[in-house]
Each structure stands twice: as structure tokens, then as C-alpha cells.
Design a protein around this ligand. Sequence first.
Ligand SMILES: C[S@@+](CC[C@H](N)C(=O)[O-])C[C@H]1O[C@@H](n2cnc3c(N)ncnc32)[C@H](O)[C@@H]1O
Length: 173
Amino acid sequence: VVRFGALAPTTEPVLDLACGRGRHTRWFLQRGYRVVAVDRDLTGIADLSDEPRLEAVEADLEASAPAHRGGPVGTAPEVLARRYGAVVVTNYLYRPILDPLVTALVPGGLFVYETFARGHERLGRPTNPDFLLEPGELLRLVRGRLRVLAFEDVTVDEPRPALVQRIAAMRAT
Ligand SMILES: C[S@@+](CC[C@H](N)C(=O)[O-])C[C@H]1O[C@@H](n2cnc3c(N)ncnc32)[C@H](O)[C@@H]1O
């Protein structure tokens, strides 16, 4: 995210999907971007509630119905139907929304995705194959649609040993 994030155009907001405590939301906000941060639990970014360039959307990305937890209106499909200058997803995988995430990019838009890959189950959680990328899966997702800037399928040591797959790719202008 840090290596490629600044390539994102500023014309549309950045989508930080499954934002958690918002480490990437914060990175983009600090650089002047508008951010749409989505999670089923927004408590991790509650301290950003006064941030005018942030739209925090509470939604269950794996349900078709809207979340009713007092958060701003916005079902997952509605958020995915918009257009973004960048889509950033880390440490989260729900395969049915992978395709719409690529479609959501404007021309010149940046796609950054990193999460656990097959083989990680030998190191720790997650072990469920639903949450582990298959070899080359992110490459197949963007093939013919985005230009690949970087792709890795590697073991990392920090913050804990993990097998991850990660991609940075861009839609043609
Ligand atoms: C491991 S954290 C990753 C957070 C952040 N992307 C990062 O890397 O720092 C996974 C996040 O996915 C969110 N999440 C899990 N299932 C979800 C769902 N069905 N809908 C929306 N968010 C979900 C969790 O609430 C959590 O914040």
C-alpha cells in the first residue's frame, strides 16, 4: 500500500474495504485523499468521525441486507456499485466481491490487494480455504483488465510468519 498508494488518482475516493483499525484509511487521509472505509465494525476508526474527507460505511460485505447498527446508510452492493480511484483490501477475502472490486476502478485507478495464501494453513490461522488465495488467483482476477505493477506470492516474517499473495495493478487510462 505504501509503495504504490501515491499512484492513485485523487479525482475519486479510495475504497478501504474491511478497513479494521483504518491503517490504510489513515495513510490516504494524511495524503489528502477522500476515503470510503467499509467494515462491519467501525469502532476501530471511531476516532476519525470528525474527518470531513472520510465516509465510514458500516456494512456486512457478506450479506445482501443492510446492516442496522446505527451506522451510515450503505449496503455492501451499494458501496461496490460506486467508482473509486483506488481499491485497497488487506487481510480479508470474500470471493463473490472480487470481480466488482476490479470493475469499481476508474481509468487510471489503483488496485492493491494482499491477503493470506494457500500454504498459510501450515503456519496458523486462517486455515479455511475460503480465506486463502489459490496460487496465482490475484493475477487471474486482473488478467486482461488491469496492468500488473507488482505481484508477489511470498512468506513474510512480520508482523508474524505468514504466506501472503499481494498485487498492485492499475486500470488503463
Ligand atoms: C484482519 S482485519 C484486517 C483489517 C485491515 N484491512 C488491515 O489489514 O489492517 C479483517 C477485517 O475484516 C472485517 N470483516 C470481516 N468480515 C466482514 C464482513 N462480512 N463484512 C465487513 N467487514 C468484515 C473485520 O471486521 C476486520 O476489521
